[in-house]
Design a binder for this molecule. Structure first.
Ligand SMILES: C[S@@+](CC[C@H](N)C(=O)[O-])C[C@H]1O[C@@H](n2cnc3c(N)ncnc32)[C@H](O)[C@@H]1O
Length: 447
């Protein structure tokens, strides 16, 4: 494709994203490229890079365009970013030309806007929430959470994420996985926090590698791996993965249990649970049963207080994954957060009923917001006096995280996605000693 054609495709893709504002950008991009199979891998990556750059600079770009009286259309967003990253208006005009596979020439208004952007640096005037690429309503939440580290953390959340893998120890160890990946030209480094993690930099085609196809590695952020370590599931246990989705963490739990014991993977979504089947097979996990949660179902009642470990990987804002989903950063609405907080509390209460006395529940989110994390746990403990926060006891949890019941990871500090996990234990039932009656004066003598 010519540079012109790539720009035109990027503008088309951005327009499709604009037309489906509640749909995740990667889902829109997948359909876009599926319908245009003639676009090769290199072009696809170049087009995606243009679009993802526009998504990462969404509010800032719109703000400067609108300051000049322009409208933040997909064309102007893409063109403004080219200017901001060093292109000249003259050079850009060579690519914005008429033709079947070209974006069309600039209008006079567009030229004016781009000329203003090229001449004036407005970055000093950007309002805080615009500069940090977050919705205005979210600013106080994040300021309360990060304080002096706010800029650093949001900057890290704006970077492209590394690609983390979890080595499936049911199939082999990290050294074997590294060697196999290397044979496919992928140079992986050991992660420092997760004992099963490998890290690749940049977007590399890992799913076509032999290690992936053989189930030796699975794509999973290092933070997500640590959530599973916090659960501390061992081979003899009965474990419930309450919000299992397509089984990302279920697979890791099966691995820590060495494919023994019993795991039930639940969810309310049929397509998500169905998505787990192929992954479980590839990973060679045989100790997992799937269960669809339906309201009014007696299933949970019959299993009350019966599980040794329950993982609640709750639906959340996903604010910790903004490195991967920059579009979610500006799409998130205050009402979404309000609804999620209610939902998370309901899920927590339902899942808690399934934990046996002395058993543990891990509540986890990929959110960086206190409202979904610490506050949610405080409120749960206030409602449920049978539970106590306890420190994780698995050797798979790095030493520095073993002295607190709560794990909180951030991209700037830990180089992982933003994650939260809390370990809660149901108090063990008191064993009642049979009462020993004291002998009284008029008792008959003992024989
Ligand atoms: C964060 S995702 C889980 C990701 C999954 N554990 C993984 O590691 O790949 C949250 C999941 O919660 C599920 N969910 C939403 N409402 C639920 C409910 N009331 N009970 C159980 N699961 C629910 C969603 O369908 C979604 O799959």
């Amino acid at each position: 494709m010519t540079p012109s054609a790539r720009l035109a495709a990027a503008i088309d893709l951005l327009a499709e994203m604009d037309a489906a504002p509640r749909r995740p950008a990667d889902a829109v991009a997948n359909s876009f490229f599926r319908e245009r199979r003639f676009i090769g891998g290199g072009d696809r990556r170049a087009i995606s890079a243009l679009v993802w750059d526009a998504l990462r600079h969404w509010r800032r770009t719109a703000w400067v365009i609108e300051r000049t009286g322009g409208e933040a259309t997909p064309r102007l967003r893409i063109a403004a970013r080219r200017i901001q990253t060093g292109s000249t208006l003259g050079a850009l005009s060579q690519a914005f030309v008429e033709g079947r596979f070209a974006p069309g020439a600039f209008t006079q208004n567009e030229r004016y806007t781009l000329d203003c952007i090229a001449k004036a640096d407005l970055s000093e005037q950007l309002p805080d929430a615009v500069r940090l690429e977050i919705p205005d309503w979210l600013f106080p939440h994040l300021q309360a959470r990060f304080g002096a580290d706010l800029e650093k953390e949001l900057e890290a959340l704006g970077q492209e994420a590394t690609l983390d893998l979890r080595v499936n120890t049911l199939r082999g160890d990290r050294a074997t996985a590294c060697k196999k990946l290397m044979r496919d030209g992928l140079n992986a480094q050991l992660t420092t926090l997760s004992p099963w993690g490998l890290r690749l930099s940049g977007r590399v085609p890992v799913t076509s590698s032999t290690a992936f196809k053989d189930g030796l590695v699975e794509i999973q952020d290092e933070g997500s791996q640590l959530v599973v370590a916090m659960l501390g599931a061992t081979p003899e246990m009965r474990v419930l993965d309450y919000c299992a989705g397509a089984g990302g963490k279920t697979l890791a739990i099966a691995m820590t249990m060495q494919n023994r014991g019993h795991i039930i993977a639940c969810d309310v979504s049929v397509p998500r649970l169905d998505g787990a089947v192929r992954r479980l097979r590839r990973a060679g996990a045989h100790n997992v049963e799937r269960h669809l949660l339906i309201s009014g179902d007696k299933w949970a009642k019959r299993r009350a207080k019966s599980f040794d470990r329950v993982l609640v990987d709750a639906p959340c804002t996903g604010t910790g994954t903004w490195r991967r989903n920059p579009d979610a950063r500006v799409r998130l609405e205050e009402q979404d957060l309000k609804e999620l907080i209610v939902k998370q509390a309901e899920i927590l209460d339902r899942a808690a009923a399934l934990v046996r006395p002395g058993g543990r529940m891990v509540y986890a989110t990929c959110s960086i917001l206190d409202a979904e994390n610490r506050n949610q746990i405080d409120a749960f403990l206030a409602r449920n006096s049978e539970f106590l926060p306890v420190n994780p006891d698995s050797d798979d949890v790095p030493k520095r995280f073993r002295n607190s019941p709560m794990l909180s990871l951030t991209p700037a500090r830990d180089e992982t996605d933003g994650f939260f996990a809390a370990v809660l234990e149901r108090k063990a039932a008191l064993v009642m000693e049979p009462a020993v009656r004291q002998p009284e004066a008029d008792d008959p003598p003992a024989l």
